[in-house]
Write a protein that binds this ligand. Sequence first.
Ligand SMILES: Nc1ncnc2c1ncn2[C@@H]1O[C@H](COP(=O)(O)OP(=O)(O)O)[C@@H](O)[C@H]1O
Ligand SMILES: [Mg+2]
Length: 260
Amino acid sequence: MPEEQKPQAMHPSFVNVIRQKERVKAKLAGIKHKIGIYSAKGGVGKTTIAVNVAYALKDKGFKVGLLDADIDCPNVTMFLGINDRIETTLPLKPVIKDGIKVASTAMVVDDIKKPIIWRGALITKMLGDFFENTDWGELDYLIIDLPPGTSDAPLTIMQLLDMEGFVIVTTPQKIAALNSIRSGLMAKRLGMAILGIVENMSDGKENENTKNVEKELGVELLGTVKNDDTFKRLSDEGKIPLLESNEIAGEFGLIASKLI
Ligand SMILES: Nc1ncnc2c1ncn2[C@@H]1O[C@H](COP(=O)(O)OP(=O)(O)O)[C@@H](O)[C@H]1O
Ligand SMILES: [Mg+2]
């Protein structure tokens, strides 16, 4: 286990951390592959990629779950047009949409507009409680939509969940590439596997900044997703781009094939 992942023996709650990891592992034992969709930068399309990859995998016949791990801005429900709430009896049961099991903290808050203004310790507590108490049953893939940043929430996810690996999302911009490199290096430092890179909002041409991310992280491009206003329109309407456009379905079909 890499040094950073080991609970510090001097930490007053190290026994609790070890026990929590064991409880989470037991709870998620029915899930074959847990894949995170990640970038330290906001707005690059993590949620968009997570949602459409989940649908692409389901279209290939797999049992799929989608976990919204962005506590501050849990957007998965809006992208999916879900207004249902999780019943607050334990264990929590994901909401099923188009055959995909979906869980988000947006389904448990009383008012979706109310900002979450929490310090890291509370975010960590909420994530841990959510992982430990949600019943996913048997799944081939659990796709996890990560929040931006390289601190508390992504760190907790990397430490607590037994992840197969991460897909790093980038865009053609140099600033996105820089933040993608940071994200990938963080994940690697924590002993996580990088499964590949997706260039979102692509202009369809080979991009030097994205090639730089591939080189720095030593991983290949899984695929590109073109910049297309369809995404913006449909995400506001709670419709799934992959279901509405053959071109988009093709792009995500290729990404899902490479992932499996
Ligand atoms: N390929 C794309 N082309 C055009 N707009 C996109 C594309 N991918 C995502 N978007 C839009 O960009 C915005 C940010 O996407 P989102 O998935 O919320 O990013 P993140 O989760 O990284 O913050 C959303 O309005 C989304 O609809
Ligand atoms: Mg997001």
